[in-house]
Design a protein around this ligand. Structure first.
Ligand code: SAH
Ligand code: MG
Length: 197
């Protein structure tokens, strides 16, 4: 096994032990091939966790640059370590803050939203101006572990019901948007791809 693959597996193992919801295998494959196919170069990620998806996206191509935001200090520090292991400090910029407090002026050809699942509309509105004219917004966890498709009374916790309602609001927001069009793929935990009409 290559040393990079060993390091990737260690990150995945750590995420499992610490219950950190990194992207699923299928999802990351979709995301990285999308980046390759569309020749994406500049990416803004909301929700770094420990850097797994940022590292996987950066590895697609050596001229990809990523800015990624995380509000949890322990995860942010772990992400710094992981990104160093892959010598990607020059291509991945980490921001330690709540994304909704971060003001950026740069434009990106991909904005990847993978943070608090109940705040997708807020993230979308907050960073919309950072999207290139022909850029994409990709949102993870549109299915929320299958709960979005369930009847509300089958959902075991009030907390999860609340998040599911917000994901449904986000789906409504995307599907009825005059400026953007969206396709939702049943891949991984559900992935939405949004672009200007
Ligand atoms: N993209 C990562 C997984 C992210 S998990 C991967 O696939 O490897 C979601 C992360 O978003 C969590 O670590 C959580 O702390 C962070 N998060 C949630 N709300 C946030 C916010 N408002 N600002 C910044 N980070 C946030
Ligand atoms: Mg996710």
């Amino acid at each position: 096994m290559s040393s990079e693959l060993i390091e990737i597996n260690k990150i995945k193992e750590y995420a499992k032990e610490e219950n950190i919801p990194i992207m699923q295998e299928e999802g990351i494959e979709f995301l990285t091939s999308f980046i390759e196919k569309k020749q994406i170069k500049n990416i803004l990620e909301i929700g770094t966790a420990i850097g797994y998806s940022a590292i996987m996206m950066a590895k697609v191509n050596s001229d990809i640059h990523i800015t990624t935001i995380e509000r949890d200090e322990t995860r942010y520090l772990e992400a710094i370590k992981n990104i160093k292991k892959f010598n990607l400090e020059n291509r991945i910029t980490l921001i330690f803050n709540d994304a909704l407090n971060v003001e950026i002026s740069d434009k990106y050809d991909l904005i990847f939203i993978d943070a608090a699942k109940g705040k997708n509309i807020e993230f979308f509105n907050h960073f919309e101006n950072n999207l290139d004219m022909d850029g994409y917004i990709i949102t993870d966890n549109m299915g929320f572990h299958g709960y979005v498709e369930m009847n509300e009374d089958e959902i075991p916790s009030k907390n999860i019901r609340g998040i599911v309602r917000k994901i449904k609001d986000y789906i409504y927001f995307l599907e009825n948007n005059m400026v953007y069009k969206t396709t939702i793929y049943k891949i991984g935990d559900g992935i939405a791809v949004t672009e200007r009409r």
